[in-house]
Design a protein around this ligand. Structure first.
Ligand code: CMX
Ligand code: CO
Length: 157
């Protein structure tokens, strides 16, 4: 059997990778996709009625001025978020942009290590050091202006 048909030479594609220069893979899983909503109960009911997604955890995080409902999807969560006070970051977001995706939470093995890596790369961090998040996690936020427009939360379980 001939390797090349009709005189067309088969070219071997050489895929260049930069594995040697890359840092260790810091993001291990999607922890949650956070959605800002005006009416938490209505959003919970929508996800239950339409997708059969039920609430796994609820919490008021006073330090962030939010109430959340976490709906489990496989090993990740949908984090429905609503503000508890007018100066909440989520209140500002709803006022300016309306309901929608507020941030992505990436699971990391060690939040401090991941945060230092972001800082070393010149990222604008919103937390200089890891801090408590909901459900007993340790978190740190990265400003959307240095992450191609998406607010990023590093989440260590
Ligand atoms: N996603 C993408 N862009 C966003 C954004 C978001 N969630 N929130 C604000 N922005 C944009 C604004 O549209 C604005 O852009 P333009 O300048 O182009 O108009 C810019 O970022 C504003 O930046 P800023 O003035 O520095 O900041 P704000 O006062 O708007 O606050 C932010 C934004 C991200 C700094 C603030 O929300 C914050 O500190 N968030 C981290 C904490 C948090 O979000 N807690 C709630 C969730 C808690 C949880 O998940 O448990
Ligand atoms: Co979050």
């Amino acid at each position: 059997m001939r390797g090349c048909a009709g005189g067309i030479r088969r070219r071997r594609l050489i895929v260049m990778t930069s594995a040697a220069a890359s840092p260790a893979a810091l993001l291990t899983e999607i922890d949650h996709v956070a959605i800002a909503v005006n009416d938490l109960e209505a959003a919970i009911a929508y996800y239950a009625d339409v997708y059969g997604a039920t609430v796994d955890h609820r919490e008021v995080v006073e330090s962030d001025g939010v109430e959340e409902a976490l709906l489990k999807v496989a090993e990740s969560y949908i984090q429905l978020l609503t503000p508890t006070r007018p100066d909440s970051p989520v209140a500002k977001y709803l006022e300016k942009k309306g309901e929608g995706i507020h941030h992505i939470g990436y699971r990391v093995a060690d939040c401090a290590v991941a945060l230092e890596s972001v800082k070393a790369a010149g990222g604008k961090v919103l937390d200089q050091a890891p801090r408590p998040g909901s459900r007993g996690t340790t978190v740190a936020f990265i400003h959307p202006k240095t992450t191609f427009g998406t607010l990023v939360e590093l989440v260590q379980e």
